[in-house]
Design a protein around this ligand. Structure first.
Ligand SMILES: NC(=O)C1=CN([C@@H]2O[C@H](COP(=O)(O)OP(=O)(O)OC[C@H]3O[C@@H](n4cnc5c(N)ncnc54)[C@H](OP(=O)(O)O)[C@@H]3O)[C@@H](O)[C@H]2O)C=CC1
Ligand SMILES: Nc1c(N[C@@H]2O[C@H](COP(=O)(O)O)[C@@H](O)[C@H]2O)[nH]c(=O)[nH]c1=O
Length: 399
């Protein structure tokens, strides 16, 4: 079976060209069909069919050490410092729309604009408005002279998170920043439609339970057995920024980048590719990692990572293997391919960046895994980096 790379599957390449992930699955006859395809930003959304196109949803807010968004003074409490407010301004400049709830407008009367003249000019140079669309969620009245109505386009809308996202998607919004307040943040987190949370913690207490909390009660997808992925922690003066990845696509991108970073640690070779692999369990914890030639001259990345776990490790059944390259399906130097080892380990999900070129052997790992019922996700956005790591191996003969 080699139709994975055959002209019979031109749409696969077309999807890759459109920067989309390809998800393969088995068909009823035991063959392989590309049953689903998803945009890189948010596969869960496309797969659910809830909104037609994809949107990256970023939540951003600042809290006190005791978890409050504000105090009870009726004035906006600034928890961030100047450097963090400038970082937030840069995030604003990178989105298509900024969203807050009516409670925030009534309490803070925010402008919701990009402030930096340089960032405004850069947006305009790119053919965008100087400041993103301002979206206020409200089913009631808002002051006509509210500050958000000046400086750029605004939209007051209401309804469920799904309805609002569908409305914004129809207007071409592909990156949305949600700034608050507590009820809106809770509604977005409970909806499961958030890709990333940027949470800043300021070093003081509010100490008043009547103050607005960051998150209210709710049922959330992330709990003690299904943790969010911590992507970065950054001190900014006396506040600390935490970046959590909450969407499956963002999480996949994070671990795949980690696998590619590991591939840079491979001892050099001209006869075998340099690959990195990470195994992450269902709770979101990295449980093993490896890279080519890590422990001997011929060991592969997936093989090295799997060898660090017991064959009956119960976490393997719910785990995902991330590999910078498609798992191999034939070995010259070993009896079992990485595809076979993955199947034998009972891993049900594989994410990789680069389809193995037929430089050393013809690869059918993706097809064989998918035919065995494994979910295989190809994320081509890191292909250039994988090719750079393997530049020597991929160079045409004679160079
Ligand atoms: N520190 C920080 O980073 C930030 C702090 N804040 C603070 O948060 C506080 C405001 O938070 P809060 O009072 O919870 O109000 P919100 O800003 O969360 O607004 C909630 C209101 O939004 C409207 N709404 C419409 N649709 C929805 C929906 N689907 N889900 C939720 N709300 C919807 C409703 O208004 P309506 O009644 O009109 O229907 C609802 O009452 C302020 O004190 C502000 O200072 C705010 C942002 C950031
Ligand atoms: N207080 C607070 C934030 N508050 C958010 O910023 C909004 C103010 O926007 P603007 O009027 O354009 O400056 C406010 O309404 C709320 O959404 N954000 C932060 O990053 N850190 C903070 O400490």
């Amino acid at each position: 079976m080699s139709h994975w790379k055959s002209p019979k599957w031109p749409f696969v390449d077309a999807l890759v060209a459109r920067n989309r992930a390809v998800v393969l699955g088995p068909d009823s006859s035991g063959g392989v069909s590309a049953v689903r395809y998803v945009a890189l930003t948010s596969p869960e959304k496309d797969l659910s069919g809830r909104i037609g196109d994809t949107m990256y949803v970023l939540l951003s807010c600042a809290i006190s050490l005791d978890g409050y968004l504000d105090d009870t003074s009726g004035e906006r409490l600034v928890l961030s410092n100047a450097a963090d407010l400038d970082r937030v301004d840069a995030e604003r400049a990178g989105v298509d729309a900024i969203l807050v709830g009516a409670g925030t407008v009534r309490n803070d009367n925010p402008r919701l604009s990009v402030r930096s003249p340089a960032r405004r000019a850069a947006r305009e140079a790119a053919g965008k408005p100087a400041t993103p669309l301002k979206v206020v969620l409200s089913n009631g009245d808002l002051p006509q002279d509210a500050a958000f109505r000046a400086d750029g386009e605004s939209l007051v809308t209401g309804g469920s998170v799904d309805e609002v996202l569908a409305r914004l998607a129809a207007r071409g919004v592909t990156r949305l920043m949600v700034e608050g307040g507590g009820r809106v943040l809770t509604a977005f987190l409970a909806s499961g439609r958030v890709d990333e949370l940027q949470l800043v913690i300021a070093p003081f207490f509010v100490g008043d339970r009547a103050a607005p909390r960051f998150v209210h009660d709710g049922r959330f997808r992330w709990h003690k057995d299904h943790r969010a992925t911590l992507a970065a922690v950054e001190p900014i003066g006396n506040v600390v920024l935490h970046r959590y990845l909450l969407g499956e696509s963002a999480v996949d991108g994070h671990w795949l980048a980690h696998a590619v970073a590991l591939s840079r640690r491979c001892p050099p070779s001209t006869t075998a590719f340099s690959v990195g692999a990470v195994i992450v369990d269902a709770a979101g914890e990295r449980i093993a990692w490896g890279f080519s030639r890590e422990t001997d001259e011929t060991v592969h990345a997936e093989e090295s990572a799997l060898a660090k776990l017991a064959a009956d490790d119960p976490r393997l059944a719910g785990a995902t293997i991330y590999s910078s390259m498609e798992p191999c399906s034939t070995r010259k130097s070993r009896p079992l391919s990485c595809t076979r080892l993955i199947l034998d380990a009972g891993v049900r999900r594989v994410v990789f960046a680069y389809r193995e070129p037929s430089t050393f052997v013809v690869g059918e790992g993706a097809e064989q895994l998918a035919a065995a019922g494994v979910t295989v996700v190809e994320r081509p956005e890191l292909v250039a980096e994988v090719r750079e790591v393997n530049a020597t191996q991929l160079a045409p003969p004679g160079r």
